[in-house]
Each structure stands twice: as C-alpha cells, then as structure tokens.
Design a protein around this ligand. Structure first.
Ligand code: GLU
Length: 506
C-alpha cells in the first residue's frame, strides 16, 4: 500500500505551531516511506471561513520548506483539494447511510434543540447530547413515519442528517502512538453529517475524502481524539473499514507551565509568537506576530518543532530535515503533552545562526536591517555577520547588535563617558584622531597598535580609554572587538564619531 498522508486544516486564522508540527510529522513520514503528502483545505464550515487564511497556510508551509505534493494550487490525481469545491460528492454518502439505517433525517429547529439540551441535561455543567437517550424525543425520521418524513422533505422543511450511534457498544481505535483506545458509544452523540445548507460537516467530509484520496495514515492533533469514534463508525457503515487509515493523535503542545494547551493568548501574554508567520486578521485588523517575523530561521523552527513531542532516544537535538526524515518514527512520539519553552526555541535559532555561512546570514538578516531604515550592501552585512553572529539569537538581532555598522548610532551611554571625562582623556582622543587621519593602512591590527602606542605616549591607562572609545563608535557598552568595528565603519566615520562625541560631552 502506498503511503499517503494529509494535512487538513480549516482556513480560519493563523497557523498555530502545533499545526506546523502536524505538517512536519506528516511530511517526514511521507518522505521516509516514499509516500505522498497532501494538503486538503477543509472549508465546509462557511461561517468560520476567513479570506486569506488558505493562502496564508500555504505561505507558512513554503516558508518552512514543507511543501505538499498535492494541494489546491498544485493539483494532483484527486482534485479538487478544497472541500467546498467537492460539495456535490458528499450527499450520496449521507443518503447511503440513511438507506442502510445508520443515519437519519432530523428536522428539529434551533429552539427545539436548545429545549432538549436544557431539559435533559444530566448535570448543571453540560447540556444534554443528541444521542441514543434523547433522539427518540425529537423530530426526526426515527420518530416520524416514513410518509411524515417524506412530506416534510417535499415541503422544503430544513433538515440535517445525523449519524445513528449505536447504544452500549464499545468502539475500538488503534492509535500508532496511544495503542488501543476504547470508547463507550453511549457517550458519543449523533453528530450532524450533512447540514441544512447541503454542506457536509467536517465528520462526513473527512471520512469521505480520506477514503476517496486513498489516505493511508491520518496524523492529527489530540484534540480530534473525541471525534475519532464517529469517524471509525462512518468508515464501518460506509463499508470501507478495510481501507481506514492508521491513526496517530499527536500530543498537545502545552503552555510553558504545563497547564493546558498553548494558545495565542498565552503568546500575547508571555511575549512570544505562537503562529508560524504574522497573521493579519481581516475581521479585527489585528496583526499577530509570527516566528518568521520575529527572526527565526525556518530550519531552526522546524527542528525545534520536531523535538516538541519526539526524540530519537540519543539526546541529539540538532537535526537537518534530511536527518529527521531518516530518523523520525511516529511510534517514538510521546503520548503526553509537550511543554513549549521559548528560551529553548531561541537556543535552536542561535545554534542555526552559528552554523550558517555569513553570506546566507546576510541575505536572511537584510530585511530586518532594512526594516529599520538602513540600506547596507550585502557585502557589508556579510562582514558584520562574521563579527556578531555569536551574539545573535534572532535574525532581528543583526540590527540590535549591529546597527552601528549600518547607521551612525545615538550616543545612548553618553553619561558613561562624560562622568569620568578629564583633560588627559580629551588630550588623548584629540591627538589620536589626528594620528588616525594619517594612518596609511586601515585595519583592526594597525588600529590597535596605534592605540597602544598612543596610550604609552600619553601615560594613560588603556582601560580608561577603551570603554569611551567603544561608546563613541557604538553608542553603548556592547558589540564585538572595537578595532574591528572601526575597521569596518572606516576612517572617516570613526574619526567623525569620535569628534562628535567630544563636542557632545565637551
Ligand atoms: N479540519 C480539521 C482541522 O482543522 C482536520 C482534522 C483532521 O486532520 O482530521 O484540524
């Protein structure tokens, strides 16, 4: 059997990192088994449809380098890949289920449904379900005669089709991560399969499409586990049980304190991204920051996600995508939720920055530098990358740690020089600027030699003039070797910054 897996998002908003991890595990499994990775857009719930969300999902997959083999834009042997465009395919299966007695028409109005949910609730916390204990109290083709049912349909009465979940049976699911799971059918409600507008619900569409698209393995988030018994019943009732994919429900990604599922709100509250890329909500106009725009390299992001719920048992943490393909196994995915740790995510990015050549880093860092209004050449950013990459955790740090290479800095730490300024230092710096103006070769080594000579000449302590020199060039007390900075910014700029500072404090 050919391995065929799918990522089946509903285009309703930003792509949560848990969603990207689902993509990744699907992708790795497909690659490792010579299989196909399908992107199917599950947009049957028109009320939740958000314009732009589908394109955004595809952009995120492209950024992560996890491109599908078949998709709405790429096409493939099972077009279309958007469920809204497959609408006409689903009704026949709902009708087949009605004909076999495994589904029924239900004509209940929203008011009738609400009344039942309130009147038959078992406790004050949860409303009653539409299930074997309540279905016979409702207006449906199980309680109405065939002629009454027919008459309502002919009269154009709105109806849905519901699955008829059997009473008191155990539904078994075999999960590649969790093993055998048993569900008590009495706790499963009669889910709607076909809505009044003729659209299938997710439950019907996911089963029909997994079957028609010959999906061999279905990996999805743990939050879908409660729906699994409905899906298993549908596979059975439609006569397709032999073709049912093997399931794996992936563990949740938890808040940093381990208390519940990580949400966008946690990210907002704790100051880290939860979406892969910036998400602009067209309804609220709110922009939610993504890992990409925060300065993550996609390879680091992907590597970090691979480890959120999986390891290869050796303690190795850094894996290229190719290595992941050969080492990943779904059976080694943990059952328990994985706590998200933003510091660890940054550690991965720092590691990837260190292992990336300066030329590539320059290309990646340039947009973050340009966003601050500077327009350095690629060559300059490449040189700077070599000097500061060990200080950079995010690509945006190439600006915060290196802005003084690209633009004259503000003299933020002026007081640190001014407080200890004296005539001896004034004399040292003003005469050294003159020496520098005549220096025939401008490089870090010659600059340092000249500095040391001048320190001796003035009988001043090196430590007393080193920090002021750095602040003159950088604006603050940080940065790589100060002579290397002077070499890169050049003679004119170095002398200019020294003179400006002396005027400012004098
Ligand atoms: N459309 C579902 C979602 O939004 C897919 C769940 C599944 O993979 O079955 O996640």
């Amino acid at each position: 059997m050919k391995v065929r897996v799918r990522f089946a998002p509903s285009p309703t908003g930003g792509l949560h990192l848990g969603g990207v991890r689902t993509v990744l595990y699907n992708y790795l499994f497909a690659r490792a088994h010579g299989g196909d990775f399908v992107l199917r857009i599950e947009d049957t719930d028109q009320t939740r449809f958000v314009p732009g969300a589908e394109q955004y999902i595809m952009d995120c997959l492209a950024w992560c380098g996890l491109e599908p083999d078949e998709s709405p834009v790429k096409g493939g042997p099972f077009v279309p890949y958007r469920q809204s465009e497959r609408k006409s395919m689903y009704r026949q299966y709902a009708m087949q289920l009605v004909a076999s007695g495994n589904a029924y028409y239900a004509f209940d109005t929203p008011e009738e449904l609400e009344k039942m949910r309130q009147e038959h609730r078992k406790d004050e916390h949860s409303a009653a379900q539409y299930d074997s204990s309540t279905r016979l109290l409702m207006r449906n083709s199980l309680t109405l005669s065939p002629s009454e049912t027919e008459a309502l349909i002919v009269a154009g009465t709105p109806y849905v089709i519901r699955i008829k979940v059997p009473e008191h049976t155990t539904i078994h699911i075999s999960d590649m991560i969790r093993g055998e799971i048993a569900f008590d059918s009495s706790l499963v409600d009669d889910k709607v399969l076909l809505k009044a507008d003729g659209m299938p619900t997710y439950h019907l569409a996911v089963v029909v499409d997994d079957y028609l698209m010959q999906i061999s393995h279905a990996f999805r988030g743990e939050e879908w586990l409660p729906s699994a018994p409905v899906h298993v019943l549908l596979w059975d009732y439609l006569g397709w049980k032999a073709h049912m994919p093997l399931w794996a429900h992936l563990p949740l990604i938890l808040k940093p304190d381990g208390n519940g599922k990580l949400s966008k709100r946690d990210g907002d509250r704790l100051g880290f991204p939860v979406f892969a890329m910036n998400w602009h909500d067209p309804k609220t106009n709110e922009i939610t920051k993504g890992f990409k725009e925060m300065g993550f390299m996609p390879q680091a992001f992907v590597n970090m996600l691979a480890m959120l719920g999986w390891n290869d048992g050796t303690g190795q943490e850094l894996f290229s995508l190719d290595e992941l393909v050969s080492r990943f196994s779904i059976e080694r995915v943990h059952k328990g939720g994985a706590k998200f740790d933003f510091e660890k995510a940054k550690w991965f990015n720092h590691q990837y920055i260190q292992h990336t050549d300066n030329d590539t880093l320059a290309t990646l860092a340039l947009p973050f530098i340009e966003a601050n209004g500077a327009t350095p050449t690629h060559e300059l950013v490449t040189t700077v990358a070599g000097l500061i990459k060990d200080r950079c955790t995010l690509l945006s740090d190439f600006w915060t740690q290196g802005h003084f290479f690209f633009a004259t800095p503000e003299l933020v730490e002026k007081a640190a020089i001014a407080d200890k300024w004296n005539e001896q230092k004034q004399a040292f710096f003003s005469s050294w600027t003159q020496v520098l103006a005549e220096l025939p070769i401008w490089n870090a080594i010659d600059l340092e030699t000249s500095f040391n000579d001048h320190v001796l000449l003035h009988g001043i302590k090196k430590g007393e003039v080193m920090l002021p020199f750095r602040i003159m060039l950088v604006g603050g007390k940080y940065g790589p070797g100060v002579f290397a900075i002077a070499e890169v910014i050049g003679k004119e700029e170095t002398i200019g910054r020294m003179n400006t500072t002396m005027v400012a404090i004098g």
